[in-house]
Design a protein around this ligand. Structure first.
Ligand SMILES: [Zn+2]
Length: 324
């Protein structure tokens, strides 16, 4: 049976979403011992919400005979966080006025230290403590989903920068004058390597080169459709993943010059197609890398090894691991 005494401290990971807030008590090896969730809304004040979360967690621990001092620290992942102030600032999905003193309120109710991170940074820490980046001191995590997020670990430290805004790599320009981005500029990586970026690439290939592609008739095209079509040999889908790989390879060659990583780690819906874009990515990376760096396979490209459903909670818990 697991020893939940303070000699084997566990971390409470909390993932705050607009609808539900999930929590998990995570052991030192990443095993989840207790998990649950409460609705994020229906609490008058932010402090009421944290109090309700505290009651729920304590009640679940107690039902399993786990002492409350098994929680050595808390880590939370949330939208719009400022890790240095410990506050959530301007999160439109949360029903209370900003700023929300998340770290302070968690610490006050649970009586242990608490730290908070944005989702991509938390995912990077999750990989470092529990996933594909274990044992690495220098890596760049790219989350390829609705947008493109990133977390940079350099000399074993997660980079935060001023206001916690370091490493917005999704908004580095990879095609000068390219596709218009929601940030108001053109050619950002996000417009090519996010879900909608990949869909835009497929639409372009269908229109220009492959009008008879099986994807042409799909109205709400998704990266999953493009993945499945590529597996069946559809030329527009294959061209899409090749182009996506080339873009990512060029981008990673630039990023290598920022922090000289040992590896790039890929997570998110688009990253599920990793086997389909990795070869084009590695070729473009080697072609574009500054000569002072060693090429692949010395610098590795690795898909996330965390289970999709638990990544947010493990990332949140990893954020708290830094405190013990
Ligand atoms: Zn942008």
């Amino acid at each position: 049976m697991t020893d939940f005494s303070t000699a084997s401290p566990s971390v409470l990971g909390i993932d705050i979403g607009g609808t539900n807030t999930s929590y998990a008590l995570v052991d030192h090896d990443g095993s989840i011992r207790v998990r649950g969730s409460i609705p994020t809304r229906n609490h008058v004040t932010f402090s009421d919400f944290i109090a309700a979360l505290h009651r729920e967690v304590i009640s679940q621990l107690s039902a399993r005979g786990i002492p409350t001092d098994a929680i050595a620290a808390i880590g939370a992942g949330a939208p719009c966080v400022n890790p240095s102030s410990g506050e959530i600032e301007g999160a439109v999905d949360l029903p209370w006025p900003s700023p929300l003193p998340l770290a302070k309120e968690l610490s006050r109710h649970f009586g242990v230290p608490a730290a908070i991170e944005n989702d991509a940074n938390a995912a990077a820490l999750g990989e470092m403590y529990y996933g594909a980046a274990r044992g690495l001191t220098d890596f760049i995590m790219l989350t390829l989903g609705t947008g493109v997020g990133s977390g940079v670990v350099c000399d074993s430290h997660l980079l935060h920068g001023r206001h916690g805004l370091a490493a917005e790599l999704g908004h580095t320009i990879i095609r000068r004058g390219g596709r218009e981005c929601s940030c108001g500029r053109r050619g950002c990586l996000e417009m090519y390597a996010s879900a909608r970026g990949v869909v835009a690439t497929a639409r372009k290939f269908i229109e220009s080169d492959f009008p008879s592609s099986r994807l042409a008739s799909i109205k709400d095209l998704t990266p999953r459709d493009i993945y499945q079509a590529a597996m069946a040999g559809d030329p527009a889908a294959c061209a899409t993943w090749k182009f996506t790989g080339e873009i990512l390879g060029e981008a990673c060659a630039e990023f290598a010059a920022f922090s000289s990583p040992q590896a790039f780690i890929f997570f998110g819906g688009v990253a599920r197609a990793f086997p389909l874009f990795k070869d084009a990515m590695k070729e473009a990376f080697d072609r574009n890398l500054l000569c002072i760096y060693n090429r692949t396979p010395d610098i590795r490209f690795i898909p996330s090894s965390l289970p999709d459903a638990d990544t947010a909670l493990l990332g949140a818990a990893a954020t708290g691991r830094n405190l013990i």
